[in-house]
Design a protein around this ligand. Structure first.
Ligand SMILES: [Ca+2]
Ligand SMILES: [Ca+2]
Ligand SMILES: [Ca+2]
Length: 219
C-alpha cells in the first residue's frame, strides 16, 4: 500500500516538474524571476536558468508546511549547481548574489510530502547618488561631493570630501565624521535643510550644527 502511494506521488511530481520550470522562466530575468507554487506530492523542483542577476540581489526560497509523510522535509537553494542553503520545514533560505552576471542556475526543491512554497527575489540595494549611503538609508537625494565652501574651509567647520568623509579646517577633526553618519547628507545639504546662514555656506558647516544634525538622524 505504501509502495503504491510512493509511485503515484512520484508520477505526479514528474508531471509537475516542467510546469515549475516553465513558470519560473516565463519572460523574467534577475529579480523578476520569481515564482510560487503549491505542491501535493513527493518533491518539487523549480529553476531559473541563464538569467542575468545583479550583485546584491537576494533570492529567497521558503517551504511553508510540514510534511504529512513523516520524511524529513526541507527546502534547498542552489546557485550554479552548488547548494547555498537548506532549511527544514517550515523554513526559509536566502542567498545574496555575489557579483553581477549570468547565473547558470538558481534552483530550489522541496522533498517530502505536501507543501506550499514560495521563491522570491529582492532587488539589490541601490545608491542612486553614489555617496556610499544606500537609498533606503539616505535622507538626502542627489548629493554632490565634495562640498565647496565658497570662501574656503575655516577652523572647526566641516565640508564633505569626494570620499564622503568630512574635512575640517581644524585638522584634529579631519575624517571624524562621514556621510554615513549624516544619513547621506553633505554639508551643503544640511545647511539648506536647516536654513543655516551665509557663514556656513562661505566657511563650512559648524561643528555644533553638524553634530546636532547627526544626533537628529541617529536619534
Ligand atoms: Ca546615497
Ligand atoms: Ca583638514
Ligand atoms: Ca545622499
Amino acid at each position: 500500500m505504501k509502495a503504491k502511494l510512493f509511485v503515484l506521488t512520484l508520477v505526479t511530481a514528474s508531471m509537475l516538474i516542467p510546469v515549475g520550470v516553465a513558470s519560473a522562466n516565463a519572460g523574467s530575468e534577475g529579480c523578476q524571476a520569481v515564482n510560487d507554487a503549491v505542491f501535493d506530492g513527493l518533491s518539487l523542483f523549480g529553476a531559473v536558468s541563464g538569467q542575468t542577476f545583479a550583485q546584491g540581489e537576494v533570492v529567497t526560497a521558503s517551504g511553508n508546511e510540514p510534511s504529512e509523510f513523516g520524511d524529513p522535509q526541507s527546502v534547498h537553494l542552489y546557485v550554479n549547481h552548488v547548494q547555498v542553503g537548506r532549511a527544514g520545514f517550515p523554513g526559509t533560505v536566502s542567498y545574496e548574489i555575489p557579483a553581477d552576471g549570468p547565473i547558470g542556475l538558481v534552483a530550489w526543491f522541496i522533498s517530502g510530502g505536501n507543501a506550499t512554497w514560495d521563491v522570491s527575489c529582492a532587488p539589490a540595494s541601490v545608491d542612486a547618488d553614489l555617496d556610499g549611503v544606500l537609498d533606503a538609508d539616505d535622507a538626502c537625494a542627489d548629493t554632490v561631493l565634495p562640498d565647496e565652501p565658497t570662501n574656503g574651509l575655516k577652523g572647526s567647520r566641516f565640508a564633505a570630501q569626494a570620499d564622503g568623509s568630512f574635512d575640517s579646517g581644524n585638522d584634529k577633526f579631519d575624517e571624524l565624521y562621514t556621510v554615513a553618519d549624516t544619513a547621506g547628507c553633505s554639508a551643503s545639504q544640511i545647511i539648506e535643510l536647516r536654513g543655516l546662514g551665509d557663514g556656513h555656506v562661505k566657511h563650512g558647516l559648524s561643528k555644533g550644527e553638524l553634530e546636532a544634525f547627526i544626533a537628529s538622524v541617529n536619534g
